[in-house]
Write a protein that binds this ligand. Structure first.
Ligand SMILES: Nc1ncnc2c1ncn2[C@@H]1O[C@H](COP(=O)(O)OP(=O)(O)OP(=O)(O)O)[C@@H](O)[C@H]1O
Length: 225
Protein backbone atom coordinates (compact mmCIF):
# COMPACT_ATOMS: atom_id res chain seq x y z
CA UNK A 1 0.00 0.00 0.00
CA UNK A 2 2.97 2.30 0.67
CA UNK A 3 2.06 5.94 1.05
CA UNK A 4 -0.92 5.92 -1.33
CA UNK A 5 -3.94 7.67 0.14
CA UNK A 6 -6.47 5.57 1.99
CA UNK A 7 -9.43 7.75 1.03
CA UNK A 8 -9.66 9.99 -2.03
CA UNK A 9 -12.65 12.15 -2.84
CA UNK A 10 -12.77 14.15 -6.02
CA UNK A 11 -15.69 16.41 -6.83
CA UNK A 12 -17.90 14.04 -4.87
CA UNK A 13 -21.61 14.74 -4.89
CA UNK A 14 -24.92 13.15 -4.07
CA UNK A 15 -28.36 14.44 -5.01
CA UNK A 16 -31.70 13.32 -3.68
CA UNK A 17 -34.04 14.58 -6.37
CA UNK A 18 -33.56 18.34 -6.52
CA UNK A 19 -31.64 18.49 -3.25
CA UNK A 20 -27.85 18.33 -3.26
CA UNK A 21 -26.95 16.57 -0.01
CA UNK A 22 -23.27 16.68 -0.99
CA UNK A 23 -21.60 18.69 -3.73
CA UNK A 24 -18.06 19.04 -5.10
CA UNK A 25 -16.22 17.55 -2.11
CA UNK A 26 -12.52 16.90 -2.65
CA UNK A 27 -10.24 15.43 0.01
CA UNK A 28 -7.19 13.17 0.29
CA UNK A 29 -6.69 11.17 3.47
CA UNK A 30 -3.32 9.51 4.19
CA UNK A 31 -3.00 6.23 6.08
CA UNK A 32 -3.44 6.55 9.82
CA UNK A 33 -4.99 10.02 9.69
CA UNK A 34 -8.13 11.09 11.54
CA UNK A 35 -10.61 13.30 9.69
CA UNK A 36 -13.29 15.20 11.61
CA UNK A 37 -16.33 15.82 9.42
CA UNK A 38 -18.19 18.75 10.93
CA UNK A 39 -21.21 20.87 10.09
CA UNK A 40 -24.74 21.66 11.19
CA UNK A 41 -27.71 19.28 10.97
CA UNK A 42 -28.33 18.32 7.37
CA UNK A 43 -24.87 19.42 6.16
CA UNK A 44 -24.19 16.07 4.49
CA UNK A 45 -22.01 14.29 7.05
CA UNK A 46 -23.94 11.03 7.20
CA UNK A 47 -24.40 11.07 3.43
CA UNK A 48 -20.61 11.17 3.03
CA UNK A 49 -20.09 8.29 5.46
CA UNK A 50 -22.76 6.19 3.77
CA UNK A 51 -21.05 6.71 0.41
CA UNK A 52 -17.70 5.68 1.93
CA UNK A 53 -19.36 2.59 3.43
CA UNK A 54 -20.53 1.63 -0.06
CA UNK A 55 -24.19 1.97 0.94
CA UNK A 56 -25.00 4.99 -1.20
CA UNK A 57 -24.05 5.67 -4.79
CA UNK A 58 -22.54 9.08 -5.59
CA UNK A 59 -24.34 11.02 -8.30
CA UNK A 60 -21.21 12.95 -9.28
CA UNK A 61 -17.46 12.72 -8.80
CA UNK A 62 -15.35 9.93 -7.41
CA UNK A 63 -14.89 8.27 -4.01
CA UNK A 64 -12.04 5.79 -3.61
CA UNK A 65 -11.21 3.78 -0.50
CA UNK A 66 -7.98 1.77 -0.36
CA UNK A 67 -7.68 2.17 -4.12
CA UNK A 68 -11.15 0.83 -4.90
CA UNK A 69 -13.79 2.99 -6.52
CA UNK A 70 -17.12 3.07 -4.70
CA UNK A 71 -19.58 1.58 -4.88
CA UNK A 72 -18.69 -0.59 -7.89
CA UNK A 73 -15.47 -2.00 -6.44
CA UNK A 74 -16.71 -1.87 -2.86
CA UNK A 75 -16.68 -5.66 -2.58
CA UNK A 76 -12.87 -5.52 -2.65
CA UNK A 77 -12.59 -3.36 0.46
CA UNK A 78 -15.66 -4.25 2.53
CA UNK A 79 -13.63 -6.47 4.84
CA UNK A 80 -11.11 -3.67 5.43
CA UNK A 81 -13.62 -0.98 6.42
CA UNK A 82 -15.64 -0.73 9.63
CA UNK A 83 -18.79 1.39 9.80
CA UNK A 84 -20.32 2.68 13.00
CA UNK A 85 -23.52 4.19 11.69
CA UNK A 86 -25.92 6.65 13.22
CA UNK A 87 -28.46 3.83 13.57
CA UNK A 88 -27.28 0.68 15.34
CA UNK A 89 -27.62 -1.67 12.30
CA UNK A 90 -28.22 -4.58 14.67
CA UNK A 91 -30.98 -7.19 14.84
CA UNK A 92 -32.96 -6.22 17.93
CA UNK A 93 -34.41 -9.69 18.48
CA UNK A 94 -30.99 -11.34 18.45
CA UNK A 95 -28.57 -11.23 21.37
CA UNK A 96 -25.43 -9.12 21.25
CA UNK A 97 -23.40 -12.29 20.76
CA UNK A 98 -25.68 -13.58 18.00
CA UNK A 99 -25.46 -10.27 16.16
CA UNK A 100 -21.69 -10.37 16.22
CA UNK A 101 -21.55 -14.06 15.33
CA UNK A 102 -23.65 -13.26 12.28
CA UNK A 103 -21.18 -10.58 11.19
CA UNK A 104 -18.23 -12.83 12.03
CA UNK A 105 -19.68 -15.28 9.52
CA UNK A 106 -20.04 -12.58 6.87
CA UNK A 107 -16.47 -11.38 7.34
CA UNK A 108 -14.86 -14.79 7.81
CA UNK A 109 -13.79 -13.87 11.34
CA UNK A 110 -13.07 -16.58 13.95
CA UNK A 111 -15.92 -17.10 16.45
CA UNK A 112 -13.58 -16.57 19.44
CA UNK A 113 -13.18 -12.99 18.33
CA UNK A 114 -16.86 -12.30 19.13
CA UNK A 115 -16.52 -12.71 22.90
CA UNK A 116 -13.09 -11.08 22.86
CA UNK A 117 -14.55 -7.91 21.31
CA UNK A 118 -17.67 -7.94 23.53
CA UNK A 119 -15.34 -8.16 26.55
CA UNK A 120 -13.26 -5.30 25.17
CA UNK A 121 -16.31 -3.01 25.05
CA UNK A 122 -17.32 -4.09 28.57
CA UNK A 123 -20.36 -6.09 27.55
CA UNK A 124 -19.16 -9.59 28.30
CA UNK A 125 -21.72 -10.04 31.08
CA UNK A 126 -24.63 -8.95 28.84
CA UNK A 127 -23.53 -10.79 25.68
CA UNK A 128 -26.48 -13.18 25.95
CA UNK A 129 -29.11 -10.41 26.19
CA UNK A 130 -31.27 -9.45 23.24
CA UNK A 131 -30.30 -6.05 21.81
CA UNK A 132 -33.92 -4.92 22.38
CA UNK A 133 -33.30 -5.25 26.13
CA UNK A 134 -30.09 -3.23 26.22
CA UNK A 135 -29.81 0.46 27.09
CA UNK A 136 -28.83 2.91 24.35
CA UNK A 137 -25.27 3.14 25.56
CA UNK A 138 -24.98 -0.64 25.76
CA UNK A 139 -26.39 -0.88 22.23
CA UNK A 140 -23.79 1.65 21.10
CA UNK A 141 -21.10 -0.56 22.64
CA UNK A 142 -22.38 -3.52 20.61
CA UNK A 143 -22.25 -1.33 17.51
CA UNK A 144 -18.64 -0.42 18.30
CA UNK A 145 -17.83 -4.11 18.74
CA UNK A 146 -19.46 -4.87 15.41
CA UNK A 147 -17.54 -2.09 13.66
CA UNK A 148 -14.13 -3.41 14.77
CA UNK A 149 -14.90 -7.13 14.77
CA UNK A 150 -12.94 -7.75 11.55
CA UNK A 151 -10.05 -5.47 12.62
CA UNK A 152 -10.59 -2.97 9.79
CA UNK A 153 -7.89 -0.59 8.56
CA UNK A 154 -10.43 2.16 7.98
CA UNK A 155 -13.14 3.26 10.40
CA UNK A 156 -16.17 5.32 9.46
CA UNK A 157 -17.60 6.66 12.70
CA UNK A 158 -20.89 8.56 12.80
CA UNK A 159 -20.95 10.25 16.21
CA UNK A 160 -19.06 7.37 17.83
CA UNK A 161 -19.39 8.41 21.45
CA UNK A 162 -23.06 9.43 21.27
CA UNK A 163 -24.89 7.77 24.18
CA UNK A 164 -21.65 6.63 25.82
CA UNK A 165 -20.85 7.67 29.37
CA UNK A 166 -17.28 8.92 29.97
CA UNK A 167 -16.16 5.52 31.29
CA UNK A 168 -17.53 3.72 28.24
CA UNK A 169 -15.96 6.28 25.90
CA UNK A 170 -12.59 5.65 27.54
CA UNK A 171 -13.14 1.90 27.34
CA UNK A 172 -13.77 1.89 23.57
CA UNK A 173 -10.97 4.36 22.81
CA UNK A 174 -8.31 1.66 22.19
CA UNK A 175 -10.65 0.15 19.58
CA UNK A 176 -11.88 3.24 17.75
CA UNK A 177 -9.73 6.10 19.08
CA UNK A 178 -6.60 7.63 17.58
CA UNK A 179 -4.50 5.00 19.40
CA UNK A 180 -6.19 2.27 17.36
CA UNK A 181 -3.83 3.17 14.50
CA UNK A 182 -6.69 2.99 12.01
CA UNK A 183 -7.49 5.64 9.43
CA UNK A 184 -10.62 7.30 10.79
CA UNK A 185 -13.35 9.45 9.29
CA UNK A 186 -15.60 10.65 12.10
CA UNK A 187 -18.55 12.97 12.49
CA UNK A 188 -19.27 14.83 15.67
CA UNK A 189 -21.51 17.46 17.16
CA UNK A 190 -18.74 18.34 19.60
CA UNK A 191 -16.49 20.28 17.20
CA UNK A 192 -13.83 21.27 19.72
CA UNK A 193 -13.30 17.69 20.91
CA UNK A 194 -13.34 16.38 17.33
CA UNK A 195 -10.81 18.95 16.07
CA UNK A 196 -8.56 18.17 19.04
CA UNK A 197 -8.28 14.52 17.99
CA UNK A 198 -8.18 15.13 14.22
CA UNK A 199 -5.38 15.62 11.71
CA UNK A 200 -7.75 16.93 9.04
CA UNK A 201 -11.08 18.71 9.16
CA UNK A 202 -13.79 18.65 6.52
CA UNK A 203 -16.35 21.29 7.39
CA UNK A 204 -19.59 21.00 5.45
CA UNK A 205 -22.44 23.42 5.01
CA UNK A 206 -25.40 22.63 2.79
CA UNK A 207 -23.39 19.78 1.29
CA UNK A 208 -20.42 21.91 0.27
CA UNK A 209 -16.96 21.93 1.84
CA UNK A 210 -16.34 25.28 3.49
CA UNK A 211 -13.00 23.98 4.80
CA UNK A 212 -10.94 20.93 3.93
CA UNK A 213 -7.46 20.93 5.40
CA UNK A 214 -5.27 20.68 8.46
CA UNK A 215 -7.06 20.54 11.79
CA UNK A 216 -4.42 22.86 13.22
CA UNK A 217 -5.49 25.70 10.89
CA UNK A 218 -9.26 25.34 11.03
CA UNK A 219 -11.46 28.27 12.00
CA UNK A 220 -14.98 27.10 12.77
CA UNK A 221 -16.37 30.58 13.36
CA UNK A 222 -19.67 30.87 11.54
CA UNK A 223 -19.97 27.19 10.65
CA UNK A 224 -22.95 26.67 12.95
CA UNK A 225 -24.35 30.21 12.82
N1 LIG B 1 -32.56 9.18 1.72
C1 LIG B 1 -32.71 10.50 1.60
N2 LIG B 1 -33.67 11.02 0.82
C2 LIG B 1 -33.82 12.36 0.67
N3 LIG B 1 -33.02 13.27 1.27
C3 LIG B 1 -32.03 12.80 2.05
C4 LIG B 1 -31.83 11.41 2.26
N4 LIG B 1 -30.75 11.25 3.10
C5 LIG B 1 -30.35 12.49 3.40
N5 LIG B 1 -31.09 13.42 2.77
C6 LIG B 1 -30.93 14.88 2.84
O1 LIG B 1 -29.58 15.18 2.60
C7 LIG B 1 -29.15 16.27 3.43
C8 LIG B 1 -27.94 15.84 4.22
O2 LIG B 1 -28.34 14.86 5.20
P1 LIG B 1 -27.30 14.11 6.14
O3 LIG B 1 -28.04 13.09 6.90
O4 LIG B 1 -26.13 13.69 5.34
O5 LIG B 1 -26.87 15.32 7.11
P2 LIG B 1 -25.97 15.30 8.42
O6 LIG B 1 -24.93 16.35 8.25
O7 LIG B 1 -25.51 13.94 8.72
O8 LIG B 1 -27.04 15.79 9.51
P3 LIG B 1 -27.22 15.50 11.11
O9 LIG B 1 -26.18 16.33 11.79
O10 LIG B 1 -28.59 16.05 11.36
O11 LIG B 1 -27.11 14.04 11.35
C9 LIG B 1 -30.37 16.66 4.27
O12 LIG B 1 -31.00 17.75 3.66
C10 LIG B 1 -31.23 15.42 4.22
O13 LIG B 1 -32.59 15.75 4.35
Amino acid sequence: MGSSPVVELNGLGRRFGERAALEGVTLTVPAGATVAVLGPNGAGKSTLLRILAGLLRPTEGVAQVLGSKLPDEGWAVRGRVGFLAHEPMLYRELTARENLAFHAGLFGVARERVDEVLDAVGLGARAGDRVAELSRGMTQRVSVARAVLHDPEVLLLDEPVANLDPGAAAQVAPLIGAASGRTRILTSHDPDAAVAEADLVLALRDGRAVYAGAAADVDLAGLYA
